[in-house]
Ligand binder design. Structure first.
Ligand SMILES: [Zn+2]
Length: 617
């Protein structure tokens, strides 16, 4: 059974029959009815949403002569006259479809354009449909442009593309553009229901719902998947069959996974993955379903009344939503999304899935650690003979992973910022050193470094770290990527303090974060600061004054700020970035060197650390 049977049979032959593109149909119908014809149309949209279909209906509208042969341009082509039937069957000489994805050269488009000087053979109009037009070469575009600029009256262009960004603006500007939208899942499902009714095929609504979702907005894909499912199910559509065919995952597996994660039950997670493997259910499908479930849970957590009462699984989502904290749900959602990319890199997709699920356990936000005691203890039985058969469920591996991850977490959390009280006194202790014997604005960064190097106590500050959780005892000694610079240290501390007090927000905070402090000096009872900021848009008076106010409050004296342009280095923002990179490298290094990891890798030859999977939270 050809998988294109239904898609071909149910391809719409009229605007009325087109599903889910009402806005385009309406605009085209009106234009045709009022005889306001454009000479070039561009249809954009993802694959399978109806670009070719709408082009064929348009060609019929332009060429239909009606049953009695006297009809004119119409928004409702009859479908019975010779031109209509020939266009539907692909035999109409004046309607040419060219797939630019396969005929992208100048030569093909030139041949087509050479033909355009001849009047239509049988029709009222010649219609050239160029699909995937963005694939044309620049030469081909230029050749087409000449005709587009001064087209003969009888010639219409229909261009279609999945990627309008790649179509030159000179071409875009000569086209009337319509965007065909991906179809809503419900629209697709309703249409499938109708098709199944007219085919007299019994179909469970759960089956149609699965097919509609798998089609991702493409009616063509939906119909072709339905064809396959009918063949697979021996003539009917049962949800269980469709699920099996699509490699979809039963919700009960998702439920089991979320419950295990919520309970911190590593053994349960390993068992869940073993089950998926035995059933041959797709790992990436599992992650997709997991992400969908987490997304629904997140909505219910924030807007409890948003629960869809028509959703048969509504009660399940609500129950699951209560098992995780909203921030956990968010974190797991993003991990599940990221994890899909990693599956392809994993030795096999199930071990990739297992690693990801173990990561969910490991990265449960810290406040849930108190429930660690509730976690199912690894069953000692599994250490025996079973271990040989099921290496993945061996508790030692889990313990190893957990231990390593805990160590890594300890390492990647930033050290606590020791708030440095910056008082007027501290200011004055520093300022004379910097400005001694030097005109205030002659203080260059290099000299400032020298002045600062004499002070061993200038600890690097983690500017935005004030909002992060208290640090563990682990201290990492890592070479700083940025040069020593006491002025920068000081500025970063001040910025962190202002940010912690919420006295700088939004763009003022941005200004502070992007600034390099190049000089500071006492001025009367107060101080004056010179900041270098690269982005001109940040150097406005309003932001400068608000930053000065916040700084004055912090220092308890009048601080004034001057801004200059130029390349800013060692800004709080750059320091923050460098610190993040250092923590990342340290975490990776720690994982690589960890004896538990080394022995685990040695023991399980297929295992490896997925690049990029170690991530400070
Ligand atoms: Zn007709």
């Amino acid at each position: 059974m050809s998988s294109m049977v239904l898609a071909r049979k149910y391809r719409p032959h009229s605007f009325e029959a087109m599903v889910g593109q009402g806005h385009v149909v309406q605009a085209l119908s009106n234009a045709l009815t009022q005889q306001r014809l454009h000479h070039a149309y561009l249809f954009t949209g993802t694959r399978g949403v109806g670009k070719t279909t709408v082009s064929r209906i348009l060609a019929k509208s332009l060429n239909c002569v009606g049953l009695d042969g006297t009809g004119g341009i119409t928004a409702r082509p009859c479908g019975q006259c010779q031109p209509c039937r020939d266009i539907d069957s692909g035999r109409f000489v004046d309607y040419v479809e060219l797939d630019a994805a396969s005929n992208r050269g100048v030569e093909e488009i030139s041949q087509l354009l050479d033909q355009s000087v001849y009047k239509p053979v049988v029709g009222r109009f010649k219609v050239y449909m160029i699909d995937e037009v963005h694939m044309l070469t620049n030469h081909a575009f230029n050749a087409m442009l000449k005709t587009l600029e001064e087209p003969p009256d009888y010639l219409k262009f229909v261009l279609a593309t999945t990627d309008p960004q790649k179509v030159p603006v000179t071409v875009l500007s000569r086209c009337l553009q319509f965007n065909l939208r991906p179809m809503a899942m419900q629209t697709v499902q309703d249409h499938l229901q109708q098709v199944m009714a007219s085919e007299a095929i019994s179909a469970e609504s759960g089956a149609l719902s699965l097919l509609a979702r798998a089609a991702r907005g493409s009616m063509r894909d939906a119909l072709s998947l339905t064809d396959q499912a009918i063949a697979f199910g021996g003539g009917s559509l049962l949800e269980a069959n469709v699920r099996q065919m699509l490699g979809a995952v039963d919700r009960q597996h998702i439920q089991k996974i979320i419950e295990s994660v919520s309970a911190g039950d590593g053994v349960g997670l390993v068992a869940a993955v073993d089950t998926l493997r035995e059933l041959g259910l797709s790992a990436s499908g599992t992650l997709e379903e997991l992400a969908t479930a987490l997304q629904r849970m997140a909505v219910i957590q924030v807007v409890p009344q948003a629960a869809d009462s028509s959703d048969p699984d509504g009660a399940l989502w609500q129950a699951l939503a209560r098992m995780l904290a909203p921030d956990e749900t968010q974190l797991f959602y993003s991990l599940a999304l990221q994890g899909r990319a990693e599956l392809a890199l994993a030795p096999d997709e199930y071990s990739g899935l297992l690693m990801l699920l173990l990561r969910l356990l490991a990265f449960k936000p810290a406040q849930t650690e108190q429930h660690a005691g509730d976690r199912a203890a690894p069953s000692p039985k599994a250490e025996g003979s079973e271990a040989a058969n099921k290496p993945a469920s061996e508790p030692a591996v889990q313990e190893a992973v957990q231990a390593v991850v805990q160590t890594a977490r300890a390492a990647i959390e930033p050290p606590a910022t020791q708030p440095v009280a910056v008082t007027p006194k501290a200011m004055s202790a520093r300022a004379p050193q910097v400005s001694q014997g030097i005109p205030p604005w002659e203080v260059l960064p290099d000299q400032a470094y020298e002045a600062g190097n004499a002070e061993p106590d200038s600890a690097p500050a983690e500017a935005p770290a004030l909002t992060e959780p208290p640090a563990p005892a682990v201290q990492l000694v890592v070479a700083a990527a940025l040069p020593e610079d006491p002025l920068a240290d000081r500025w970063a501390q001040l910025v962190a303090q202002m940010a912690a007090r919420n006295s700088i927000t939004a763009l003022v905070r941005e200004l502070a974060m992007q600034a390099q402090c190049v000089a500071t000096m006492e001025e009367g009872d107060g101080s004056r600061w010179r900041l270098r900021v690269e982005r001109e848009s940040l150097r406005g008076d309003m932001h400068r004054e608000r930053l000065a106010q916040a700084l004055s409050q912090l220092l308890e004296h009048t601080a004034t700020i001057e801004l200059e342009g130029g390349s800013a280095v060692n800004t709080p923002a750059q320091r923050d970035q460098a610190a993040r990179e250092r923590r990342q490298r340290a975490a990776e290094d720690l994982i690589q060197r960890d004896p538990l990891v080394i022995s685990a890798l040695a023991r399980y030859p297929g295992a490896r650390i997925v690049a990029g999977s170690i991530r400070p939270v």
